[in-house]
Design a protein around this ligand. Structure first.
Ligand SMILES: Cc1cc2nc3c(=O)[nH]c(=O)nc-3n(C[C@H](O)[C@H](O)[C@H](O)COP(=O)(O)OP(=O)(O)OC[C@H]3O[C@@H](n4cnc5c(N)ncnc54)[C@H](O)[C@@H]3O)c2cc1C
Ligand SMILES: *[C@@H]1O[C@H](CO)[C@@H](O)[C@H](O)[C@H]1NC(C)=O
Length: 441
């Protein structure tokens, strides 16, 4: 356990030349690295694993989060576009997801499992996405995005096998990072991009700020195109869908240019408080675990997931808190600061937005002596937005699970709420946000 980081107020003198340390080389850390390198800022990346790697399937971006990629570095957006997958039907260009019933509506003469509810779409600026060469719904395989990021980072600035443990400020104002292998490294400042189980967070926020279990877990299946089409038909298989049920939902969307349909089924535990008792957040699931939660659901959907379901369940955690995202010269970015549930498909997008804002703020303070000002301005614009996402995302889960108090299965009210949250999420002007933050320096 490292004590909470105490800024001494000492400004730089002889730390000149020390790099900024980026702790964690996931999607957020690498995007930040690309942004800082673009400005010619000296950095060093410390990654716990022995190589860069990404597991899992698709990561989706709303169109302004995609724009953030291009604002960080044009080459990053170009690389993204090469591998991005969209809804296949052209009349679904503006649609993020189609909302459907996953079960029968609990009402005489109500809708049936599989029935269409509404398009969750960009009603406001559908051309915006096309202008940068994507669509309202775009997603990429995490490993492909990682490859694009890695290709933009020179060799020799990353140290692998470095699991961060703590940091001390030296008398001259520089930072000394400690790793699990007992090695140390000096830096002028540090940005913790070490994910939801962040060690850097303890340094910045103290020991109390920890991820909490959202009362939900995910089953996952990656279904080959032909199988998905045979079960569900091409339209459902190759365009993003959210199937709502009472206390659960299923999301399906094409990845890898339509070669696979990624399917994620997320039941919500009943009650209002939940505890996750296992040490691991991903635990084995037995064969009848998944179908037990989805009894009575749309049969073609449940059957195809059942056939391809991985034998695990992933507990969902998020990080709602009010502590600043920096302390002294240590700052947090991405999931380490604001991990969210995946219900709005925006966690990684927020890390890209963070990276754009923070890299530009650091570039504009020029001297690392003033980097704390950059961190303060970053915290001022990013904390409200990212914490709002954590909250909206939890609530979006309740809405599509048809269990939001006062709304239940009123689909008109559900769509109205979701629309307003997506508008808020997608239509943020990041350049204006940056100008605002610069005004705080
Ligand atoms: C089921 C699920 C679905 C999701 N779907 C979407 C989606 O559709 N759209 C979207 O935008 N987001 C989605 N997300 C969220 C997205 O995956 C994260 O927001 C994103 O990966 C965060 O990136 P990060 O760099 O902050 O953290 P991570 O990607 O977790 O990277 C952290 C890195 O730090 C390293 N590390 C950890 N500890 C240490 C240490 N002590 N020292 C050094 N290095 C360390 C790790 O090895 C890793 O490389 C989803 C998440 C989940 C769980
Ligand atoms: C991106 O944000 C800007 C500024 O709010 C907005 O005008 C534009 O419509 C957004 N673009 C898209 C495609 O969402």
């Amino acid at each position: 356990m490292s004590p909470s980081f105490q800024p001494s107020g000492v400004t730089t003198r002889n730390e000149i030349g020390l790099p900024i340390a980026i702790v964690g080389g996931g999607l957020g850390g690498l995007a930040l690295a690309v942004g800082l390198l673009k400005h010619g800022i000296k950095i060093r990346i410390y990654e716990a694993a022995t190589a860069f790697s990404e597991i899992g399937a698709g990561v989706a971006f709303g169109s302004n989060a995609t724009r953030a990629l291009g604002l960080i570095d044009e080459a990053l957006l170009e690389g993204y576009k090469k591998h991005a997958t969209f809804n296949e039907n052209r009349d679904r260009d503006d649609t993020f997801m189609s909302l459907r019933w996953g079960t029968d509506e609990r009402r005489e003469g109500g809708k049936k499992a599989g029935d269409f509810v509404a398009e969750l779409k960009d009603k406001w600026d559908p051309e915006g996405a096309k202008k940068i060469g994507v669509r309202t719904r775009s997603c990429i395989h995490r490993a492909r995005l990682l490859d694009v990021l890695v290709s933009l980072i020179p060799e020799g600035i990353t140290s692998f096998g470095k699991s961060f443990e703590g940091v001390e400020e030296q008398p001259d104002g520089s930072l000394k990072l400690r790793f699990a292998d007992s090695s140390t490294a000096l830096a002028s400042a540090m940005i913790g991009c070490d994910g939801i189980k962040s060690k850097a967070r303890e340094v910045v926020c103290g020991p109390g700020v920890e991820a909490s279990y959202a009362g939900e877990f995910a089953y996952r299946a990656m279904v080959p195109r032909l199988v998905a089409e045979e079960s569900l038909g091409a339209e459902l298989a190759r365009n993003g869908q959210i199937y709502c049920g009472y206390g659960a939902y299923v999301v399906t969307y094409p990845v890898e240019h339509g070669e696979f349909t990624n399917m994620v089924a997320i039941p919500h535990e009943p009650g209002e408080t939940w505890a996750w008792d296992e040490e691991d957040w991903t635990v084995p699931a037995s064969g009848d675990d998944f179908p037990r939660h989805f009894e009575g659901w749309y049969p073609p959907l449940v059957d195809v997931i059942q056939q391809h379901c991985l034998p695990f369940k992933w507990a969902l955690f998020d990080l709602k808190h009010s502590a600043p995202y920096y302390s002294g010269r240590v700052c947090l970015l991405g999931d380490s600061a604001h991990a969210t549930t995946p219900h709005m498909g925006a966690g990684a997008g927020m890390a890209m937005e963070d990276a754009y804002i923070l890299s530009n703020l650091i570039a504009s303070v020029k001297e690392t002596a003033w980097i704390e000002n950059a961190f303060r301005a970053y915290d001022a614009v990013r904390r409200p937005r990212t914490q709002k996402l954590v909250e909206n995302s939890r609530n979006a889960g309740l809405l599509i699970d048809l269990i939001m108090p006062g709304i239940g299965d009123d689909t008109d009210a559900i769509v109205e709420r979701l629309d307003s949250w997506y508008h808020w999420l997608w239509h943020e002007d990041l350049e204006v946000q940056l100008e605002h933050a610069k005004g705080l320096l």
